[in-house]
Design a protein around this ligand. Sequence first.
Ligand SMILES: [Mn+2]
Length: 183
Amino acid sequence: MLPIIAVVADALPGTAPALNQRYAPYAPAPLTAALQAAGGLPIILPVPKDPEQAAVLATAYASTFAGLILPGGPDVAPGRYGEEPLAACGAADPARDAFELALVAAAQAAHRPVLAICRGLQVYNVALGGTLYQDLPTQDPDYRLRHRQSSDEAAPSHRVAIAAGSRTAGLVGTDCLVNSRHH
Ligand SMILES: [Mn+2]
């Protein structure tokens, strides 16, 4: 049996507003293709509009998947880590925050591994009690790297250090270049 890997949906404006289909859940095609190529069975989890449903659905979903991927997306609401939003903070999606934070808790309770990417890594951090810089250029006195590159957004631009001996280092080495699209 192929392991089911759940990817939380991002949302695009839908095409049939008259039918109340305002948003279309989707996941990035390169991500789902990579999961299929690696022998996984990707599924996309739609974000419940009602945050009240988040915990119940997250627990139910966690019993269905072998692993969870938290992908990229909008900023986490600063209230989730005890801060007021600064002017440079982006718009948050309260329903998605509620669902993903509940999913992290449910995945941990069910002993399912989580791969967190971009926004997902920020969600994971906040879920475990961490805080975030809302905006590096205005908050970090040592800020100098351009983390929101103006070049082709897929082109590698800055260097990252990978922990020696880690699984990631086995795949890409301890020193590599990545694209950078956060703030
Ligand atoms: Mn960066």
